[in-house]
Ligand binder design. Structure first.
Ligand code: HEC
Ligand SMILES: [Cu+2]
Length: 334
């Protein structure tokens, strides 16, 4: 290529850059700096989130700004690794999210702002192609065909809280116990079913319960129980009580408010308010398999005031909170 020709080309390129690219660049940067609308948070009775539907695209950062119209709220998106954002009255807080999968996400309030706190939920509609492979399998209660609404009371309960440590000793001593130590067996059986399965073991009733407690302890870990306990304290204790006995600070309000505080969902006309389930009731808890509790937690509703949590927590978080619920029944101390 001759020298003058090269120069001309360079000149033309530079001019084009100046004429087309620069303004384009300026325009794009103006566009991306457009003020995002402010998302207002207020207690559910005054409308909750406004707007309560947000759109986003896979792979494109979504910048959100919040303020509160009344008390302190919080923002988090279900099933997403993120730091919850505190939303205070008179202040603006912000966060940026990027999604890897399209779908309908649930965003929710992370601060107990009142009796209807858990109703403060909104929808995030994410469109586009997935950038990570998707693995969706049906929940275990669906695979097992469990009827979540059937009564599930245990027909036998232990005389006292069974010790997992003593059960662990028995598990190691006795070689041919008729139980299976797999996660599948644990998840699909209630403690009282396992107690029945142990009827040919030659153990006393209290020893059988101790073996059950050991199997339940084996299927979780101190770290998983700690995470489950944290989720419970933040999301469940206000209704179900710190000690699991169903007497949380909102339990009386729930019963008194009746219809008013019911979860808005189809079929809500048939709902009747109930006091939250007591996880310290052995008949109820020892008669429920982890799969059954998972179904109840995922689905919520139940014709009562139980919120649905399926779109909020990951599978692992739900198994951990279930493991924690059983700790109201079993003695896990060493
Ligand atoms: C707004 C109050 C409220 C909150 C918050 C709440 N629950 Fe419930 N829950 C209820 C009510 C009411 C019931 C129904 C009572 C019943 O069926 O006996 C229930 C029932 C349940 C049951 C079914 C128990 C059974 O044996 O049938 C499970 C499991 C459960 N809740 C777990 C949870 C978990 C885990 C959380 C937190 C992530 C939670 N709940 C948060 C009110 C609540
Ligand atoms: Cu709130």
């Amino acid at each position: 290529m001759k020298r003058p020709e090269l120069l001309t080309r360079l000149l033309i390129t530079a001019t084009l850059l100046g004429v087309v690219a620069l303004p384009l660049w300026a325009w794009v940067s103006v566009l991306s700096n457009v003020e995002e609308p402010l998302i207002h948070a207020s207690i559910a009775e005054s409308g909750g989130w406004s707007p309560d539907v947000i759109q986003a695209k896979v792979g494109e950062p979504l910048h959100l700004k919040f303020t509160s119209d009344d008390v302190m709220h919080g923002f988090a998106v279900g099933q997403m690794e993120m730091q919850p954002v505190d939303i205070e009255p008179g202040k603006v807080s912000e966060t940026t999210l990027t999604f890897t999968k399209p779908g309908i996400y649930t965003f929710f309030c992370t601060r107990w702002c009142g009796i209807n706190h858990w109703r403060m939920r909104g929808t995030l509609e994410v469109s586009g192609e997935p950038t990570a492979p998707e693995t969706v399998s049906p929940a275990l209660y669906v695979t097992l065909g469990l009827n979540l609404d059937a009564p599930h009371l245990a027909d036998a309960v232990p005389a006292e809280k069974p010790s997992a440590a003593r059960g662990m000793g028995l598990l190691h001593q006795i070689s041919n116990l008729p139980v299976d130590q797999s996660a599948d067996y644990y998840r699909s059986h209630s403690p009282s079913q396992v107690f029945q399965d142990l009827s040919t073991s030659g153990l006393t009733d209290s020893q059988r319960w101790e073996v059950v407690a050991a199997l339940w302890a084996q299927n979780t870990s101190p770290a998983a129980l700690a995470e489950g306990g944290e989720i419970y304290a933040q999301n469940c204790a206000a209704c179900h009580g710190e000690t699991g006995s169903g007497n949380g600070v909102f339990a009386d309000d729930l019963a008194a408010r009746g219809e008013a505080s019911m979860q808005a969902m189809s079929g809500s006309m048939d709902m009747s308010m109930q006091t939250p389930a007591s996880f310290s009731d052995p008949q109820r808890m020892l008669g429920a398999s982890p799969a059954l509790l998972q179904g109840k937690i995922l689905r919520g509703g139940m014709g009562t005031g139980m919120p649905m949590w399926g779109s909020i927590f990951t599978d692992e978080q739900i198994w951990n909170v279930i493991a924690y619920l059983y700790s109201f029944q079993f003695d896990y101390s060493k």
